[in-house]
Design a binder for this molecule. Structure first.
Ligand code: ATP
Ligand code: SF4
Length: 318
């Protein structure tokens, strides 16, 4: 059995806004094994990014982690000082964001950004850092002369490769990739995903892939974690989620995947996700659930283990 790398327990992340307290991640527990890719899926606003950024404690000023623990390789990241968590970012956890143009410094050459990241974390000479930066670029399929390019001189796919080089240059244990291919065309999307999968094997790293696209997660990730309205509703190996989704929300997501080969009726999940400043009582999915019973609106179901590595949060399974 593979070793647990990341263990998130009863995590609560709230935003304190003028509209009230937005409970974006509410009591979520999740484990990620080493060398595993977990797809974190759900509709917009379900709390996926909040969960991802909370791991490295990179939240906007209104966001606060109000409870729980995040243990990476035996270390509770919530107990670290600001200086200590800064060392974890980049070195132990690499981040790949959706839009490299806004996350890369437009005024700095790609090489300088890579070298700066390396020098910030490792005690190496500038010459060694340059060599490592060139290697990191080659690792993501870019020629080393790209070190001299500015971000705007690269294509969208190349920029995303640079982001991945920045995230992997220090060989982190975990990579958090937030919608890494959403801004790219389908062919480039596929290549970037191939690259992430091959880096996972080569660097023996784990990946949390944040995506609204459950078919992408089903294709690439080992496991899928389904979030809805700040709760984790199902967590299981990807093949089981696809062949036998248990939670009514997961069933809805799977049924809404179009199939290019088979003509099938696409069933959309009716209704909209709730306002997390005022979420529904009981099961947060109950206003949209076709199987809701009286109890669903009154009591929140617990998340239960329903098989090897299978978890579901729904009264139908307790
Ligand atoms: P998306 O795919 O659209 O990014 P998501 O599933 O990643 O969605 P989050 O971005 O984590 O969801 O948002 C979860 C909830 O937290 C939403 O209700 C959102 O409105 C709220 N939220 C996110 N960022 C902030 C913020 N800076 N201030 C207040 N509320 C926020
Ligand atoms: Fe539907 Fe009830 Fe299950 Fe929630 S707990 S998903 S409302 S059946």
């Amino acid at each position: 059995m593979s070793k647990t790398l990341l263990s998130i327990g009863n995590l609560k992340v709230y935003y304190y806004t003028n509209r009230g307290v937005v409970r974006a991640v509410d009591n979520v527990s999740l484990t990620v094994s080493s060398r595993e890719m977990v797809g974190l899926v759900g509709e917009s606003g379900s709390g996926k990014s909040t969960l991802g950024y909370a791991i490295v404690r990179l939240l906007p000023p209104q966001g606060r982690i109000v409870g729980g623990k995040i243990v990476l390789d035996g270390k509770n990241l919530l107990e670290l000082s600001e200086a200590e968590i800064r060392k974890v970012r980049g070195k132990e956890v690499g981040m790949v964001f959706q839009d490299p143009l806004t996350s890369l410094d437009p005024l700095q050459k790609v090489g300088d950004q890579l070298i700066e990241t390396i020098l910030e974390h490792l005690n190496v000479s500038k010459k060694e850092a340059y060599k490592m930066a060139a290697e990191a670029l080659m690792e993501v399929g870019l020629p080393p002369d790209r070190l001299n390019s500015y971000p705007h001189q690269l294509s969208g796919g190349q920029r995303q490769r640079v982001m991945i080089a920045l995230a992997t240059a220090l060989k982190p244990k975990l990579i958090i990739a937030d919608e890494p291919t959403t801004a790219l065309d389908v062919i480039v999307q596929d290549r970037i995903m191939d690259l992430l999968v091959s880096l996972k094997e080569e660097l023996k790293t784990s990946i949390i892939l944040i995506t609204h696209d459950i078919s992408l997660a089903a294709e690439r990730a080992d496991k899928i974690a389904v979030m809805y309205a700040g709760h984790l509703y199902e967590y299981a190996p990807s093949d089981e989620i696809v062949s036998k989704p248990l939670h009514p929300y997961t069933q809805g997501l799977i049924q809404s995947i179009p199939d290019v080969f088979v003509r099938k009726e696409i069933k959309e999940i009716k209704g909209n996700p709730p306002d997390l400043a005022n979420p529904p009582s009981g099961c947060r999915f109950h206003p949209r659930c076709p199987y809701a019973i009286e109890k669903c609106a009154k009591e929140e179901p617990p998340i239960v283990n329903v098989g090897k590595e299978r978890y579901v949060k729904c009264w139908l399974y307790t």
